[in-house]
Design a protein around this ligand. Structure first.
Ligand code: ZN
Length: 275
């Protein structure tokens, strides 16, 4: 493979177009960048999102590590498409016409929306065709029992800790259904409202029982006081939860998660927490 150029905001040309095709094919074009070979702000944001999910420094600069991981991700998709008889062609790591057409065929025969891009539901069907659980079809819930048992334990400890410090905190979302996640993703894109998430159904830790949203309350009403959110966040961190207030790419103050070191693609591929 030739040495790939380092590209970043302001770069143009063939390799920027290839980057955009790969990000788009992997369903990471969540902000609607145009596949035109111009490395603009939106392409940079999508790049950072990709880097973040693979624990690469999210600087938006596509160097050797980012290229390597990105091409590997496309190759494994191509390999599985070929294995299922959908002819994605040579495993070159580029999400071109052959791969896109193979995804279309795969989606059509599996009763999935034929977008030609590997959205989470298609990813799951491709990587984990016979899942051992039914996360994709569970209803939304604010009940802690809808969470993974270990995460539910942490959530209870977190609530106890906030109570011990006279902070009234309530959990308003625990498990979130994939359909609801898709509706949230549509909001601000092809539906009215503001953009509230970059995750489609299956691509949020809420869709796997590994996240919940909470807010501080005052006299029975949800507080808007940032200091209370920060206190709440610190209590969550004290019990071992990751708090969305510390996120580098999309700060999310009500959000807490415990990922077991898995990203959402691992989960879609059928990898499960070991406890
Ligand atoms: Zn959340």
């Amino acid at each position: 493979m030739p040495v790939l150029p380092i590209i970043q905001l302001g770069s143009t040309g063939h390799y920027v177009k290839l980057l955009q095709m790969n990000l788009n094919g992997l369903a990471l074009n969540f902000n609607g960048f145009v596949l035109n070979g111009v490395f603009d702000i939106k392409t940079s944001e999508a790049t950072k999102n990709f880097q973040d999910r693979f624990e690469i420094n999210p600087d938006g600069i596509v160097g050797p590590v980012t290229w390597k991981v990105l091409l590997e991700q496309v190759k494994v998709v191509q390999k599985l498409l070929n294995a299922r008889g959908h002819h994605a062609g040579y495993l070159d790591g580029w999400f071109g016409a052959a791969t896109t057409n193979a995804v279309h065929r795969f989606q059509t025969v599996n009763g999935l929306y034929s977008s030609g891009i590997v959205e989470p539901r298609s990813r799951r069907r491709l990587f984990d065709p016979y899942p051992r659980d039914n996360y994709e079809y569970r209803p939304s819930s604010s009940d802690l029992r809808s969470l993974h048992p270990h995460v539910a334990v942490l959530a209870r400890r977190f609530l106890e800790l906030t109570r011990a410090h006279n902070l009234d905190v309530r959990i308003y979302t625990a498990f979130r259904s994939w359909d609801e996640q898709d509706r949230l993703f549509a909001q601000g894109r092809w539906m009215p409202g503001y953009v509230v998430t970059n995750a489609r159904g299956g691509d949020s830790y809420h869709n796997w029982g590994l996240a919940f949203d909470a807010a501080p309350y005052e006299n029975g009403i949800q507080s808007n006081d940032p200091q209370k959110f920060v206190r709440m966040g610190h209590f969550g961190q004290q019990v071992g939860l990751q708090w969305g207030g510390t996120f580098r790419t999309l700060v999310d103050y009500p959000h807490f998660q415990y990922t077991f070191g898995l990203n959402t693609w691992d989960l879609l591929h059928g990898v499960r927490p070991s406890v």
